[in-house]
Design a protein around this ligand. Structure first.
Ligand code: ATP
Ligand code: MG
Ligand code: MG
Length: 311
């Protein structure tokens, strides 16, 4: 089975404005829509759209839970979250202007997870996860969760001999790195923060990436937005370059990229096909307004145009 774990899900409020977002100016929105927020739930949406069985789990505040569950069910995502009493599902604001330079995002920190709820969650995972399952932790937990607790959960999952996939940032990324998951995918900003020094050119990233070459992490991706991604795999380094597309909204490209990677792992694709598929599906996502949509026909066409360069 594939499990996606969202420790701090959200409802995304996507607001479209004309022109460019400018300080001191009133922007009258042209459209507002709601979407599933929280990174691993997006991975579930991708997998469900590709007809791959998966279960979305994690914590969900009881307040506004119905809104999020409704959004998940509309996307045919099978869900099994632990409810946090007296807490609310947070709302994230995504502002999309007309400059095609990417969106702005404002998020809330999320609910408090009591030691008792954390223990319940660990026990739930402990009993359900089996050897060889794929377990995707994407998105940080609520900032109220101690990174050491996060690491303990990851360690417990890894000890079940499943394939652990992690997409996290800052302190949680550091903890995840120490656990040595099967697949790790920081984006360029998360990677820069991990390195702790400025990285400007592709060469800087490649140079820095070499320090992470190790056999314990099967796939180490660093995603670079429209510049593609770097992959460290079995002592080799690859630069994967997406075709040029008309970017409408890049929020969620990383989640769809991970969805594409997990799908490829489940389908036992070769490394090259995996890179082509994940890069094509995330490029297709960049052409869509919502956080996790893509066009399968476009993905097939884009796959041919992806470049996978071994460095
Ligand atoms: P998220 O908002 O989901 O957290 P991220 O910042 O983690 O995204 P990115 O590095 O922005 O992830 O994007 C992931 C992948 O999506 C890239 O490696 C690239 O292959 C693809 N991608 C992103 N933006 C574009 C684009 N404008 N054109 C083509 N491909 C893109
Ligand atoms: Mg990005
Ligand atoms: Mg990301």
């Amino acid at each position: 089975m594939i499990y996606t774990v969202t420790l701090n899900p959200a409802i995304d409020r996507i607001v479209h404005i004309p022109g460019e977002l400018t300080r001191g100016q009133n922007h009258r929105s042209t459209a507002t829509s709601f979407d599933i927020g929280g990174k691993a739930t997006h991975v579930s949406v991708v997998l469900s759209s590709l007809n791959i069985a998966n279960i979305a789990t994690g914590f969900m505040g009881e307040g506004r839970q119905d809104v999020l569950i409704d959004l998940l069910e509309k996307k045919e995502v099978c869900h099994d979250f632990l409810t946090l009493p007296n807490e609310e599902v947070r709302e994230s604001i995504v502002i999309v202007d007309e400059t095609n330079k990417g969106s702005y995002m404002i998020t809330e920190k999320g609910p408090n997870v009591s030691p008792n709820m954390l223990q319940q969650f660990k026990e739930k995972l402990q009993t359900t996860i089996q050897k060889n399952d794929i377990v995707v932790f994407a998105g940080n937990p609520s900032t109220q969760m101690d990174p050491k607790d996060y690491r303990e959960v990851l360690e417990m999952i890894k000890s079940k001999h499943c394939r652990l996939v992690v997409d996290a940032s800052d302190r949680y990324l550091q903890e995840a790195l120490a656990v040595k998951p099967y697949l790790l995918k920081p984006n360029q900003y998360e990677f820069k923060e991990l390195i702790g020094k400025p990285l400007n050119t592709l060469e800087d990233y490649i140079h820095a990436a070499f320090h992470f070459m190790c056999d314990d992490i099967e796939y180490f991706f660093i995603s670079l937005g429209k510049e593609g991604s770097l992959l460290l795999h079995h002592q080799e380094i690859y630069h994967i370059i997406p075709p040029t597309v008309k970017q409408v909204n890049d929020t969620g490209c990383g989640d769809v990229f991970i969805g594409g990677l997990v799908y490829s792992i489940a389908q036992k694709f070769s490394v090259e096909k995996m890179c082509r598929f994940a890069t094509a599906i995330s490029a297709s996502k960049a052409t869509q307004h919502s956080s996790s949509d893509f066009e399968l026909e476009q993905v097939q066409a884009l796959m041919e145009k992806v470049k996978v360069n071994q460095l």
